[in-house]
Ligand binder design. Sequence first.
Ligand SMILES: NC(=O)c1ccc[n+]([C@@H]2O[C@H](COP(=O)([O-])OP(=O)(O)OC[C@H]3O[C@@H](n4cnc5c(N)ncnc54)[C@H](OP(=O)(O)O)[C@@H]3O)[C@@H](O)[C@H]2O)c1
Length: 298
Amino acid sequence: MSDHLHVIESAGSYALGPWHVRRVGYGAMQLAGDNVFGPPRDRDEALRVLRAAVDSGVNHIDTAQYYGPSVVNELIREALRPYPADLAIVSKVAARRDAAGAVLPFDEPHQLRQGIEENLTTLGISHLAAVNLRMMDQSTPGKRFDSQLAALIQAREEGLVDGIGLSNISKRHLLRALEQTEVACVQNLFNLADQSSLDVLQECTNRGIAFVPFCPLGWPQGVQNHILTSPALAALGNRLQATPAQIALAWLLDLAPNILLIPGTRTRAHLAENLDAAGVQLDEASKAELARHFPATR
Ligand SMILES: NC(=O)c1ccc[n+]([C@@H]2O[C@H](COP(=O)([O-])OP(=O)(O)OC[C@H]3O[C@@H](n4cnc5c(N)ncnc54)[C@H](OP(=O)(O)O)[C@@H]3O)[C@@H](O)[C@H]2O)c1
């Protein structure tokens, strides 16, 4: 796996608040059981995936206390402690799971604080590189949003988190947050097939804020996945000797320098494939073809 280091280094690195991370990272959500609930199907492989990612040079891992819940954080702790000094672990707060697996809001200011503390406990760390406030609805940002942000600012002042991130947000959220605090990162749904957060990406790019697209491969998979099953990507892959997943990731890396990848997988084979996406060069003709098949939506 260490063979991947020079490939992912070729994609460069970017600031994530006070941290600096390689642009090819890893999203750990898929390591929990089906529907991100309960224990993994293959626990040993889950631990091996995490170790392989870090051995390959990944120094940015995305997680959440509510993945499992607790399951993914505890796997990260078991696989990677003692943590490398340069490993940025980024989590998110504002949701919880009930006993049946339903995802519920947990986003009152005191619950956000509790969410941060639970992350620290299950990960076995004293502070997170960043914590994302994961908006649970699309309501207009107002006083409630401000009080949620204030809880995160307080946690940062106390040294529990190094940076504050925002997830599932509109540009209005970002601009309102920036009136109150620095923002380390934004994590929104964004991939070839869904570019509706383009305005948020552009705002982040202009301001030098890391933009972390979640579901970069269009999870969930299946007939509705327009990326991995795309004939256009398969044809382009044949020409470039790359897989559809690699093209989807290479497109993101090429799109803007502040994009940090966190593709998710529960297998080492897919991990290796995704890391090698950093070595796929898209020429102008390929980019034009992708733009034709996957037009930006605003
Ligand atoms: N902020 C938020 O609200 C939010 C929401 C969702 C996700 N996230 C974060 O974003 C990360 C990435 O998103 P995601 O994991 O949901 O979705 P994703 O990266 O778009 O796709 C993951 C899916 O793609 C499959 N896959 C991975 N590599 C592949 C490859 N090379 N070829 C074919 N299939 C491949 C995986 O299956 P295998 O396991 O079989 O490889 C898995 O089913 C998550 O892990 C999580 O950390 C955040």
